[in-house]
Design a protein around this ligand. Structure first.
Ligand code: PXL
Length: 276
């Protein structure tokens, strides 16, 4: 792959340091051409702001795809994040089938839930549709809450390896080939990412910081995708993305009032260095 081109499908939250306003700069910084298909346009993200606007762009998706096909545009990878409607999930499956190269990598971040709850606006029908999309992906990047919704598992805040193994088994049964399972913590003060590749388990553990920031899931997935497209193994990409998110969170903790997102911009240079 000489100069990989990736398509990312997720919303534009105009303010909020998440979704496309993260994916575009982060993947571009990784040296990968980043094409975008906005799933919706919101004035802000939905976590903590009230009265935000929401323009669903589902209706635009088929015509955009047809134009790309007419122009013979094909992507080396397609990475999806926050999607704007249940129907949109079917259109994303069409994109997977019709505008990828022969070796197109399909990466799904089922961005729909955190801390035991679905984000505002999502329901059981969306979760069911997302199960189907995950089954079509080469890599799925859920947090624990999302994995629980995808596998009808009760969400726990304290758990052991057997609980995680059982979720991984159920994700595999859905058709997920490789799982990058974020925010898995087996010991106090520690957390990490499980890399489950073709049934083989590995784990990258690191410090658990006291602060938590909105949007870190999007930063993580974008950095993982960028590193993977730069030829890193899934384990190395998972490790590089984890270290990048830690750097973003440390940067964010320096300012008390920055509550709505993580400050990734000042540490983009560290991500670029990690890829050299
Ligand atoms: O970070 C995930 C995300 C993306 N986009 C929108 C969101 C959220 C999480 O709440 O509201 C619009």
């Amino acid at each position: 792959m000489t100069y990989p081109k990736i398509l990312t499908v997720q919303d534009i939250s105009c303010v909020g340091q998440c979704s496309l306003t993260v994916a575009l700069p982060v993947i571009s910084a990784c040296g990968v051409e980043t094409c975008v298909l906005p799933s919706a346009v919101l004035s802000t993200h939905t976590a903590g702001f009230s009265g935000y606007t929401f323009r669903d762009l589902t209706e635009d998706m088929p015509a955009i795809k047809e134009h790309w096909k007419k122009e013979q545009i094909a992507f080396n990878a397609i990475y999806t994040g926050y999607l704007g409607s249940t129907r949109q999930i079917d259109y994303v499956a069409d994109l997977f089938a019709e505008v990828g190269t022969d070796t197109c990598l399909k990466i799904v971040d089922p961005a729909m839930a955190d801390n035991g709850k679905l984000y505002v606006g999502f329901d059981a029908a969306f979760v069911e549709a997302m199960k189907g999309l995950c089954g079509k992906a080469d890599y799925v990047i859920p947090n624990l809450t999302e994995a629980c919704f995808l596998t009808d598992t009760q969400h726990k805040t304290e758990y052991d390896r057997a609980y995680i193994d059982q979720i991984l088994e159920k994700l595999t049964a859905l058709g997920c080939k490789n799982v990058i399972f974020t925010g898995i913590s087996y010991a106090p003060g520690r957390t990490g990412v499980v890399v489950f590749e073709q049934g083989v388990y590995s784990y990258y553990e690191h410090e658990k910081l006291d602060n938590s920031c909105h949007g870190t899931g999007d930063i993580y997935a974008s950095a993982f995708v960028g590193a993977l497209m730069r030829g890193k193994t899934a384990y190395d990409a998972a490790r590089i993305a984890a270290e990048f998110v830690l750097a973003c969170m440390r940067e964010t903790a320096r300012e008390e009032n920055h509550w709505y997102g993580a400050k990734f911009e000042p540490v983009l240079g560290k991500l670029i260095q990690a890829l050299e």
